[in-house]
Design a binder for this molecule. Structure first.
Ligand code: ADP
Ligand code: MG
Length: 327
């Protein structure tokens, strides 16, 4: 099983940042509202993540580490209607096959915390009692220690950490209600305290995107044809040098999508002649049956059943918000 898991790991675990992404998504799926992340040496040495979510029951610990074991989908129909971030049951098995992984958890209903780790070629899981508050911790040491080819592709500590920082930024924009703290080499690097009311959301935007964007951002909030678009945009003609500040979420998942970006760019270009580099954080909410997210875990691609309609709705909403801010 270790080889099979390592092959699967090639798909899911490209670098430390992809480990962090998978693990933090698991915390969110477990309804955690506080997530603490500690990174050492760009994640190569250690990735430690603790949450206060619903935990993993003692009897399920071993299963959580095995491949294609997910607690999130019970029947095939669910695949059409995925609300959780994870559903493949592959991440933990993959990560533990290329690192020294320890999983410690305590559901609130359980008196005792338990700890599991899988080791060796046969991924033998050992389980022992442990101490832990309600929630789950995952400790990933020595990533790629047993896959030298992959280890060779690791970049400088700073580079790997900046990828992690970006992953956390994306997640922080998708869940204002969750506190996320990020440390690197024992130093606090990011603090994103939970946002309790919608008036304060701009605080999270400022924390993640900086004041330069947040202070001038135009709020957008519209709905056409059952497709809701909310978020913030840089004013037309501004946002130079911020062209990497472009975040789009579809039903809470971050997406890179040409269609969406095209619609946004068109809306800007309809207003000003110049080639603009808009910055934006946008949330598209629509019937999950109208979107396919069952694509490669690392690619963030989405397929809309009614692509034309989605394009038009985004174009109209963004154009309207921009032109209102003009007058
Ligand atoms: P998936 O997220 O696709 O279900 P994973 O390999 O990421 O698969 O996780 C396997 C299982 O382990 C999950 O289905 C979940 O039951 C459990 N799990 C993992 N991380 C956590 C966590 N932080 N809190 C609670 N349960 C978790
Ligand atoms: Mg997962």
């Amino acid at each position: 099983p270790q080889l099979a898991n390592q092959i699967a790991a090639g798909e899911v675990v490209e670098r430390p940042a992809s480990v962090v992404k998978e693990l933090v998504e698991n915390c969110l799926d477990a309804d955690a509202n506080t997530i603490d992340i500690e990174i050492e040496k760009g994640g190569h040495k250690r990735i430690y993540i603790r949450d206060n979510g619903k935990g993993i029951h003692h009897q399920e610990l071993e299963l959580a580490l095995s491949r294609h074991a997910t607690s999130k989908i019970s029947k095939l129909d669910d695949l059409e209607n995925i609300c959780s971030l994870g559903f493949r049951g592959e991440a933990l098995a993959s990560i533990s096959s290329v690192s020294r992984l320890t999983l410690t958890s305590k559901p609130a209903s359980q008196q005792q915390a338990w700890q599991a780790c899988a080791e060796g070629r046969d991924m033998q899981v050992t389980i022992q009692p442990s101490a832990h508050p309600d929630g789950t911790s995952i400790d990933v040491l020595d990533l790629f220690f047993n896959t030298p080819a992959r280890r060779k592709f690791l970049r400088a500590e700073k580079t790997e950490f900046s990828h992690i920082d970006e992953v956390i930024r994306r997640i922080a924009l998708s869940r204002f209600d969750v506190t996320i703290n990020l440390k690197h080499n024992s130093k606090g690097v990011r603090k994103y305290p939970a946002i309790k009311d919608s008036q304060s959301q701009i605080k999270r935007i400022a924390a993640v995107c900086g004041h330069e964007f947040a202070d001038k951002a135009i709020a957008i909030n519209s709905e056409y044809e059952g497709i809701q678009l909310t978020g913030w945009l840089s004013p037309a003609g501004e946002g130079r040098g911020q062209n990497d500040l472009q975040y789009v979420y579809v039903n809470g998942r971050v997406m890179k999508d040409k269609l969406i970006n095209h619609a946004i760019r068109q809306a800007y270009e309809g207003l000003i002649e110049t080639n603009s580099h808009p910055a934006f954080v946008l949330f598209l909410t629509m019937d999950p049956m109208q979107v396919d997210v069952n694509v490669h875990p690392a690619k963030h691609e989405v397929r809309f059943h009614q692509a034309r309609l989605v394009h038009d709705v985004i174009f109209r909403s963004v154009s309207k918000a921009l032109s209102e801010s003009f007058s």
